[in-house]
Design a protein around this ligand. Structure first.
Ligand code: FE2
Length: 361
């Protein structure tokens, strides 16, 4: 039983006539906690407070702000839109009732009313409210469990990728941080409008450890070769993006509920497109907007980290050398490889990148 079941439910009575409030209070105070407001403005304040009522009994005819206006404002505010409203009114015209229902009221009680009818209507709507609250609580809890399960699955795969990679887990943690920094910097940029929802940010950032998961299928002798790669070896290394996509696809195919596998979409994008170049000169020749946003961010994070890290075939660049290489080019890496907006975000954030790179963040 939840806390809301144990507590007495609260009713807000809104009426400009104290006598009417007293009549309703006498009827309901034994079973429910009652709060009152004698005008619309006060009613809206109480409804949007930290302890909102479970039900509102709302008079229609009030000076300044009438019941219809109060109801429409309640329904327009996400904090109060779910609170059921019952109009208590002397108006009995059908069009008045229709107007009230159109504004979102759940019921009408006509004055003069019988006490048993008021009690019955109030009880029914409060029970409905309680059931709906319980259902929402269950859905919320299940959703939370699902997100935790997805996070655990992605994390597990990331650990696998990390074990196999010759780089340390630090590479995974740093690139994750770089992608997060750029995503937060760009989430309000006009070119990415609507892309970076809270759910997208969460999945994208948590999926970044999987970008190199395809390396599990590349032989050590090539992955760890200290000298320059032959053309054939380079072609083999490039396959890690395809293997990565295939691994994610096979996991998705093994899930009975296809809609549940959508949480792996960023992992698949990242694995396949993190070596694409904005000018089309990357592994698979994707160009410009053909490259998913996730892949563009990962490419920038991956290159900066590769440049500033020791690899079997190279020593580490300083931050300044890496910045110069990315913004001016060195023959192998060129600024045209990056989405200009992502490149600008990197430049704007480069002091923070430097701190992450040097282990101070
Ligand atoms: Fe890679």
């Amino acid at each position: 039983m939840s806390n809301s079941d144990k507590a007495r439910q609260t009713i807000l009575i809104v009426d400009d006539t104290p006598e009417n409030i007293m009549i309703l209070m006498d009827l309901l105070r034994n079973q429910y906690t009652i709060t009152v407001a004698t005008n619309g403005k006060r009613a809206l304040q109480l409804a949007s407070s930290g302890t909102p009522p479970d039900l509102i009994l709302l008079d229609v005819l009030m000076p300044e702000m009438n019941g219809y206006e109060v109801c429409s404002q309640l329904k327009a505010d996400p904090r109060t839109s779910d609170i059921p409203v019952i109009f208590v009114t002397g108006l009995s015209d059908e069009s008045d009732e229709q107007k009230g229902f159109d504004l979102g009221a759940v019921d009408f009680i006509l004055k003069p009313f019988s006490p048993s009818l008021v009690k019955a209507r109030v009880r029914i709507h409060l029970e409905l409210k309680k059931h709906r609250d319980n259902l929402e609580e269950i859905v919320h809890e299940r959703t939370r469990e699902l997100v935790l399960t997805q996070d655990a699955a992605i994390f597990g795969l990331g650990v696998l990728a990390e074990y196999r990679d010759i780089e340390t887990g630090q590479h995974i943690m740093r690139t994750r941080k770089y992608v997060q920094l750029m995503a937060e910097q760009l989430k309000d940029h006009s070119r990415f409008k609507g892309y970076f929802s809270d759910a997208t940010m969460h999945l994208l950032i948590n999926s970044t450890p999987l970008h190199d998961i395809g390396k599990v299928a590349i032989p050590d002798v090539i992955l760890q070769k200290p000298g320059p790669l032959t053309e054939l070896e380079f072609q083999t290394i490039k396959q890690h993006t395809i293997f990565g996509k295939e691994i994610i696809n096979r996991i998705e195919a093994g899930m009975s509920d296809k809609s549940a596998s959508s949480f792996l979409r960023f992992a698949e994008e990242l694995a396949y497109t993190h070596h694409e170049h904005w000018d089309g000169s990357g592994y698979h020749g994707l160009k410009g907007d053909e490259i998913p946003v996730s892949g563009r961010l990962m490419a920038m994070a991956d290159i900066y980290d590769a440049l500033t890290s020791v690899r079997v075939y190279k020593s580490a660049y300083s931050h300044e050398e890496a910045l110069k290489t990315i913004t001016e080019g060195n023959g192998r890496t060129r600024p045209e490889h990056f989405d200009p907006v992502v490149l600008q975000a990197f430049v704007d954030l480069c002091d923070t990148f430097r701190q992450v790179s040097s282990g101070r963040s």
